[in-house]
Design a binder for this molecule. Structure first.
Ligand code: DX5
Ligand code: ZN
Length: 213
C-alpha cells in the first residue's frame, strides 16, 4: 500500500446529508475532502460556494481541498479562505496573465496551501514558471464540470513532466479515478488523487479508498 493522499470529492455525495457524508469519509480513512466549486461560467455547471465550505469546516476534522472552477477567482479567495479552506486551487485558464497575482493573494493567508490546476488541453509548459511558487499542481484527467467521466490517460502523463520540474510540489490528479486508473497514476509518481464517483458509488467506502492506495 502506498501513502498517496486520497481526496474524495463530495460532488458525488448526498448533498442532503453532508455532515453524515463527511463522517463516513473520516471513518473510511480519507485524507482530505475535495470540494468542487463551479460557477456556471468557467464550467457548464453550478455547485456550491463559500457558505457551504464554512458549514463543512465546522464538522470536518481533515483538510478541505477546495477546487475553484470559476472565473475571476481573485474575487472569491477571501471568502473561501475565511470559510476554512486548507488548500485553495484555482485554474490557470481562468487567470492567465494574473496567475502570479492570485498565487500571491492565496499565499497571503499563511496557513493555506495554494494549488494551480490545468484542464486537459493545457500543457505543463504553459505553467512551468509557476510550479516552484505553489504547493500543489492539480492535473485534470477529465474536462472539468461533472463527476463520473472517463479518465484521460494522456493527461495523467503530465504527472511525470511536473515531477521533473519540481520534486517538492504535490501532484494531484482529478477525474475518472478508480482502482485501475489510480494504479496508472501511482506508477507515474502521483502524490494525491481525487475520486468522486468511485468512492461514493461503492458499497464499502473504506475498501474503495484503500484500493486507491
Ligand atoms: C470534475 C471535478 C472532479 C470530479 C471527480 O469537474 O473537478 O473533482 O468530481 O469526479 P469523478 O471521480 O467521479 O470523476
Ligand atoms: Zn475537482
Amino acid at each position: 500500500m502506498s501513502n498517496v493522499i486520497v481526496a474524495p470529492s463530495i460532488l458525488s455525495s448526498d448533498f442532503a446529508n453532508l455532515e453524515t457524508e463527511i463522517k463516513r469519509l473520516e471513518n473510511s480513512a480519507a485524507d482530505w475532502v475535495h470540494v468542487d466549486v463551479m460557477d456556471g461560467h468557467f464550467v457548464p455547471n453550478l455547485t456550491i460556494g463559500a457558505p457551504v465550505v464554512k458549514a463543512l469546516n465546522k464538522v470536518c476534522s481533515i483538510p478541505l481541498d477546495v477546487h475553484l472552477m470559476i472565473e475571476n477567482p481573485e474575487k472569491y479567495i477571501k471568502d473561501f479562505a475565511l470559510a476554512g479552506s486548507d488548500i485553495i486551487t484555482f485554474h490557470y485558464e481562468a487567470t492567465k496573465e494574473k496567475t502570479l497575482e492570485v498565487i500571491n493573494l492565496i499565499k497571503s493567508y499563511v496557513d493555506i496551501k495554494v494549488g494551480l490546476s490545468i484542464k486537459p488541453k493545457t500543457s505543463v509548459k504553459e505553467i512551468e514558471e509557476f510550479i516552484p511558487l505553489v504547493d500543489l499542481i492539480l492535473i485534470m484527467t477529465v474536462e472539468p464540470g461533472f463527476g463520473g467521466q472517463k479518465f484521460m490517460q494522456d493527461c495523467a502523463d503530465k504527472i511525470k513532466e511536473v515531477k521533473a520540474i519540481s520534486k517538492d510540489v504535490i501532484v494531484e490528479v482529478d477525474g475518472g479515478i478508480n482502482n485501475i486508473t489510480a494504479k496508472y497514476c501511482r506508477d507515474l509518481g502521483v502524490d494525491a488523487m481525487v475520486a468522486g464517483n468511485y468512492v461514493f458509488s461503492s458499497d464499502n467506502m473504506k475498501e474503495a479508498i484503500a484500493s486507491l492506495r
